[in-house]
Design a protein around this ligand. Structure first.
Ligand code: FAD
Length: 352
């Protein structure tokens, strides 16, 4: 019997879990994938690694700023660049100065591994149902007779997926709130090139107003200073291309993504011919990449006899900073109901 079961080991689930764990709660995190981080994930492939979701952290607010400072002090994050180039059709590449963008030389999933420290986490376990009996939540898992039992549940997954779990439990008002949330999709392509590729003089390009392509990142330029042997062979150039939401929307039901990745690459090659012939490419589809319509509140309390709260980047915002804020507010609400400690400091998750 746990005090809190958290569905989803993305950044919001892990921050919420740490907040409650630091406050003395017995917490379990249940995650459907084989790794931590959700959209903050690194793919190991072709003797190297590449960030296929979040590419860098831009400290957009106080939480990400303090988090970055901590990870920087522990050599998990380092500065990647302070210049992003912009590309607009019929114009030259334009260098735009930004605040520093931070990356993890070992891959962005290092951030999630850091947040997962000292937590009880069950991987490869998809939650398929929630039910209440004897004042406890019974959390049903796919392909398993075992279940997780807890006094309270935090659902830290995108709203459309949360809707499936809470549909039979929530009021029509809560369901309406969940249904209003919308996400944009994104296709990300990782492409490996021969060592002879002439490297461009930039790390990242934002493509403005294009129907197909949104972003290009020189992923291998992040790997200097890496510590993990899994990334140690990242000597050949690796680039990551993100599609526009409009392009991705066309392929929501497509099973074979390889031709789709090739199509995105063809577009890249039109703008930058040097990227036409990779040695290999890997394509990923993000059905729920970025919230486009979010909830006004920082979390959604499903008014059930035992606590059930939804959180994530779609609660009160759109980005990583908002995901963290939402997780902290959800943890505070759980604590308000279960009352194990007077208050949980906002930065408890930084006391790792
Ligand atoms: C390509 C890409 C680029 C991005 N770039 C940026 C950026 O530059 N700046 C920025 O701020 N944000 C960016 N983001 C968004 C950022 O990554 C997210 O805002 C943030 O990671 C959201 O975290 P989360 O915990 O709310 O959700 P998620 O990361 O989606 O975590 C949810 C977790 O729940 C798990 N899960 C889902 N259903 C179940 C179930 N039934 N049972 C068990 N587990 C389940 C999932 O596997 C996942 O691990 C980007 C995202 C993508 C995809």
């Amino acid at each position: 019997m746990f005090d809190v079961a958290i569905v989803g080991a993305g950044i919001s689930g892990l921050v919420c879990a740490q907040q409650l764990h630091q406050a003395g709660y017995r917490v379990v995190v249940v995650e459907k994938s084989r790794g931590l981080g959700g959209r903050v994930t690194t793919r190991r492939l072709q003797d190297t690694c590449a960030d296929r979701g979040l590419s860098y952290i831009f400290p957009a607010g106080e939480l990400t700023k303090s988090f970055v400072e901590l990870l920087y002090s522990q050599n998990i994050l380092t500065v990647w660049t302070d210049t992003v180039h912009e590309f607009k059709a019929d114009s030259q590449l334009k260098a735009v100065k930004t605040s520093p963008l931070y990356i993890a030389p070992d891959g962005m999933s290092a951030i999630a591994r850091f947040l997962g420290k000292n937590l009880e986490i069950q991987l490869n376990r998809r939650v398929v149902g929630l039910s209440l009996s004897n004042n406890c939540w019974h959390i049903e898992l796919e392909d398993s007779d075992a279940e997780v039992v807890a006094k309270s549940v935090v659902v830290a997954i995108p709203a459309p997926q949360a809707l499936m779990l809470v549909e039979s439990l929530a009021s029509s008002e809560a369901l309406d709130s969940l249904r209003k949330v919308e996400f944009a999709a994104c296709i990300s392509v990782i492409a490996g090139y021969p060592a002879s590729l002439a490297l461009p003089p930039w790390q990242a390009v934002t493509v403005i107003d294009d129907d197909t392509l949104a972003w290009i990142g020189n992923d291998s330029s992040k790997r200097s200073g890496m510590r993990s042997p899994a990334c140690a062979l990242a000597l050949s150039p690796v680039f990551v291309f993100h599609s526009s939401a409009k392009f991705a929307q066309n392929y929501i039901d497509t099973e074979d993504l390889q031709p789709v990745g090739q199509q995105l690459l063809n577009k890249v090659a039109k703008l930058f011919p040097e990227f036409a012939n990779p040695d290999w490419l890997q394509c990923d589809f993000w059905r729920y990449a970025f919230p486009t319509i979010s909830l006004a509140d920082n979390c959604l309390n499903i008014d059930t006899p035992q606590p059930l709260i939804c959180c994530g980047d779609w609660c009160g915002g759109f980005n990583l900073e908002d995901a963290m804020r939402s997780a902290i507010v959800a943890a505070a609400q759980i604590n308000q109901i279960l009352q194990l400690c007077p208050t949980i400091p906002e930065n408890a998750f930084l006391k790792l």
